[in-house]
Design a protein around this ligand. Structure first.
Ligand code: ZN
Length: 134
């Protein structure tokens, strides 16, 4: 498994309409895409920061993963995503090493990338995503 960089940091927000102006007007970043990922019951907004993106996540359903996260913990940092060459290969490798996986196989995430999540119980409390083109 070969991590090249931090692909993005996922941040749960109550509302994109409220969060985007903060990142744009206060931090001077530019939102370059807003995309709904129906599968994950979220609307996302992306900002490029060097090689890394900020991915804002607004829940579209209180029963979805971000809806539940915000209800329990409030808005804030939700997950860390590493860029890898091959998500499925990396998931298999980590599975063999005894890491608990949320996704046994990759699925399609935002921006057409393959993604797979590792369980925070196995990653010292950090919900970890692997992201890649393969
Ligand atoms: Zn993500």
């Amino acid at each position: 498994m070969n991590i090249s960089h931090i692909e993005h940091i996922g941040i749960a927000v109550n509302s994109l309409d409220e969060a985007i102006p903060y990142y744009e007007n206060m931090l001077g970043l530019k939102c370059y895409a807003v995309e709904e990922v129906a599968d994950q019951k979220v609307k996302t907004a992306f900002f490029q920061v060097g090689d890394t993106k900020i991915e804002l996540l607004e829940s579209t359903d209180p029963e979805g993963p971000i809806g539940k996260f915000i209800e329990k913990k409030g808005p804030g940092v939700h997950h860390l995503a590493f860029a890898v060459d091959d998500v499925n290969k990396s998931l298999t490798e980590l599975d063999e090493k005894g890491i608990r996986l949320i996704d046994q196989k990759s699925r399609k995430g935002a921006e057409g990338l393959n993604i797979g999540f590792l369980h925070p119980k196995s990653t010292l409390g950090v919900l970890t995503e692997l992201c890649g083109k393969e």
